[in-house]
Write a protein that binds this ligand. Structure first.
Ligand SMILES: [Zn+2]
Length: 274
């Protein structure tokens, strides 16, 4: 039986670390294990065409001189989000000319098999409701882990080591793969599995939706808030006929309700802010 008083993570007996890989034992990988030359000045943004990922893209454009984007087509019911991507990229280049030279390749990856595997209302024409696990049935299991892993594969090939995603633990819907610990664990896993030095950045992780709008304002002022309001898409039902104060949408699905609530909170806190 384990005697807890005498249990320690530091072994008391002599241990040879010679069996450990050199980077664990305090050495370093031989150069051939480092992979392609990676750059801290390049970022790859997971860009869906939604509100959060567009704000993350603007954030990346204020932090990195070279920014690429990647999107995933997994048969999502609100595929209109994907169709918004090119117009958002064009609007960013047009309305923020100082960002245009920084905004490079856009990648789109076909993940239809993910949609086929999932039985959620994001990919099937089902009513959005809570599952027995108290998760919205818009949950596609492990979706963000899969996205980041594919993005890492793209980044590896292109010598990019910063990956940016719009995951958020504050106003999230309960998706476990949005949690900070899940993202941090994935970063470790990707770096071990690809012998790389990726850094997974989630600038919205601790912001609520109102604060996310404020980040948009901080990055690009009122013109960026307007771009996010009118060009990005959140509605699970794909509704883009009615422009509300907070943007297009059905005003009834969970994504629209969250977006409207966040925008109202942003406006309330904006009073008196120049
Ligand atoms: Zn909606």
């Amino acid at each position: 039986m384990l005697d807890r008083d005498h249990f320690s993570l530091v072994p008391s007996w002599p241990v040879s670390y010679s069996f450990l890989p050199p980077f664990v034992a305090g050495g370093s990988f031989p150069p051939r294990h480092l992979g392609p030359k990676m750059s801290e000045s390049k970022a790859l943004v997971l860009f869906s065409g939604g509100q959060d990922s567009t704000i993350c893209l603007a954030w990346a454009l204020t932090h990195y001189p070279v920014v690429e984007t990647v999107g995933f087509d997994y048969g999502q019911r609100h595929a209109v989000e994907l169709r918004c991507r090119p117009s958002i990229l064009a609007a960013l280049r047009d309305r923020f000319p100082h960002w245009a030279p920084r905004l490079h390749h856009d990648h789109c990856i076909d993940l239809q098999s993910l949609g086929q595997l999932s039985d959620s209302s994001l990919t099937k024409d089902l009513e959005i409701k809570l599952t027995t696990d108290n998760l919205p049935d818009t949950f596609v299991p492990g979706r963000n882990l899969i996205f980041f892993t594919f993005a890492a594969a793209v980044a590896y090939r292109r010598g990019i080591n910063v990956l940016v995603g719009g995951m958020c633990e504050t106003d999230y819907s309960g998706y476990p793969d949005c949690r900070d610990d899940a993202i941090k664990a994935l970063q470790v896993c990707l770096n071990i599995g690809m012998a790389a030095k990726f850094r997974l950045e989630t600038p919205l992780m601790w912001f609520n939706k109102g604060e996310s709008w404020q980040m948009a304002r901080n990055c690009g002022g009122d013109p960026l808030v307007e771009l996010v309001r009118t060009e990005t898409h959140s509605c699970y039902k794909g509704e883009r006929l009615h422009l509300h104060p907070w943007g297009f949408g059905c005003a009834q699905c969970p994504a629209c309700l969250l977006r409207a609530k966040g925008y109202e909170s942003f406006l309330n806190h904006l009073d008196g802010v120049p």
